[in-house]
Design a protein around this ligand. Structure first.
Ligand SMILES: Cc1cc2nc3c(=O)[nH]c(=O)nc-3n(C[C@H](O)[C@H](O)[C@H](O)COP(=O)(O)OP(=O)(O)OC[C@H]3O[C@@H](n4cnc5c(N)ncnc54)[C@H](O)[C@@H]3O)c2cc1C
Length: 414
């Protein structure tokens, strides 16, 4: 049985790797290199995360078993403790911000008191939109001071116009919420936070591409192959009029499927058109070396960047480079002037704009995603991965989805 996989990002590579011993599997990738948005560009020995800083961790044991037992053994990874910070009213304080009441107290004691009071009053109700979710979980003051401005920056629309589904879904980049007890413990400097990526792994080669290449080991991948048409004839999928498969797994962006498949009914096409996403622009910088955090968040709307990924603090030995991330296709010149607002950014080295970076959770999201995926299910096309499923998946969740999908296909066809 022949399986075609469209796209050699983490999702395409991992599903192909998991199926290759039992099926005839082929991956078609439009770029000349594999890895999709997780890939780095080697710039003078620096791993430039062109689409934004990445690190690997997982709460799923089967993902860790696969990665460390089958892909890249654990002794090939450095285990690193996160040191994340938030630029809060011009001062860098520890992340997660709700555990930094003492730092906030030094900046504004009344503010710290109000946040504390409201954290204990939190209702934890889901609310009707993302803004209400923040208020109900962190109180109106911290929502206004941090969560709303930061999320307005990364999503480019006000959280009140966003669905809160991604933040509640276990598979997504779920935002962990402290309980009242863990919040109380944090006030007394007791206990550690349990946020995503509190600790994480990074390849000892100092480049994430080592991990990517290792997933692709032994997989048949055709690079420089742009998929431009998909047709189903009987039970056979035909790609670009030439390649034939019994099963087809798509990991390319869902919103572009109408450019590949003809005759999608008009009422379904309108839902494909409603799928929205954000681009991201990243600059690689040489720093002055004063930066010791692994990454930092910037809620201030007056500063163009929303996040700084200090990959220089993740590699060994540590080095003086980082990337700044901003949502949208932003010009190089504009970002140079934004860089002047941050003292430790010295020289820009490289620049990149990513087309599909973040799925957009506007209020059309749920219905559009459901209608489009249900349609693809009805024609038997499996859509998989961050943009194939139109979800906020991290690399480990892409791999988890591949493990689950491979199991399902083996049960069905072997
Ligand atoms: C800024 C940012 C930071 C992130 N940080 C982290 C992190 O720290 N940790 C973490 O685990 N995850 C992180 N992620 C998420 C991670 O990047 C994704 O979960 C993962 O890379 C998605 O892989 P994918 O294979 O599903 O999609 P993609 O990487 O998008 O792969 C799709 C592939 O399809 C190919 N393709 C598209 N169209 C065609 C076509 N017509 N023909 C052939 N091929 C085609 C593309 O070239 C690409 O290779 C981050 C994401 C972003 C944007």
């Amino acid at each position: 049985m022949r399986i075609g996989v469209l796209g050699a990002g983490i999702s395409g590579l991992s599903i192909a790797r998991l199926l290759k011993d039992d099926f005839e599997v082929e991956v078609l990738e439009k770029e000349s290199v594999i890895g999709g948005i997780a890939r780095t560009r080697d710039v003078n020995g620096m791993a430039y995360h062109v689409n934004g800083g990445h690190c690997f961790d997982s709460k799923y044991n089967d993902v860790k078993d696969f990665v460390f037992n089958e892909v890249l053994p654990k002794d090939n990874w450095n285990f690193i403790t996160r040191k994340a910070e938030v630029l809060f009213r011009d001062t860098w304080i520890n992340y997660p911000i709700e555990f930094s009441i003492k730092d906030i107290d030094k900046i504004d004691s009344d503010l710290a008191f109000n946040i504390t009071k409201e954290m204990f009053e939190a209702s934890y109700e889901k609310g009707a939109n993302l803004e209400e979710w923040f208020i109900n979980h962190f109180g109106p003051t911290l929502a206004k001071e941090y969560f709303i401005p930061y999320n307005t920056k990364i999503w480019q629309i006000p959280p009140r116009e966003m669905d809160n589904v991604w933040i509640c879904d276990e598979k997504q980049m779920k935002l962990p919420v402290p309980t009242k007890k863990t919040f109380y413990d944090s006030l007394l400097d007791r206990g550690a936070d349990s946020m995503v990526h509190r600790n994480f792994y990074y390849p000892k080669t100092n480049n994430q591409n080592t991990f990517i290449e290792a997933i692709g080991n032994g997989v048949k991948i055709i690079t420089d192959y742009n998929v431009s048409s998909i047709v189903k004839e009987g039970n056979t999928w035909i790609v670009n009029g030439e390649k034939k498969y019994d099963i087809l797994i798509n990991t390319t962006p869902l919103d572009l499927i109408p450019t590949l498949i003809n005759n999608i009914p008009e009422n379904i096409l309108s839902f494909f058109k409603k799928l929205k996403f954000n681009r991201v622009t990243n600059i690689l910088w040489e720093t002055d070396g004063s930066l010791d955090f692994t990454w930092g968040y910037i809620p201030d709307p007056k500063i163009g960047f929303h996040r700084i990924s200090n990959t220089g603090a993740i590699v060994r030995p540590v080095s003086n480079f980082c990337t700044t991330e901003v949502i949208g296709n932003v010009s190089y010149d504009k970002l140079l002037s934004e860089g002047k607002k941050i003292s430790f950014l010295k020289n820009p080295i490289d620049y990149n704009v990513t087309e599909h970076a973040y799925v957009h959770f506007d209020l059309n999201y749920m219905e559009s995603k459901k209608k489009t995926i249900t349609y693809l299910d009805s024609i038997g096309l499996i859509s998989h991965g961050r943009f194939g499923e139109w979800e906020y998946y991290n690399m480990d969740v892409c791999i988890k989805r591949s493990i689950d999908l491979a199991k399902r296909l083996k049960e069905q066809y072997l």
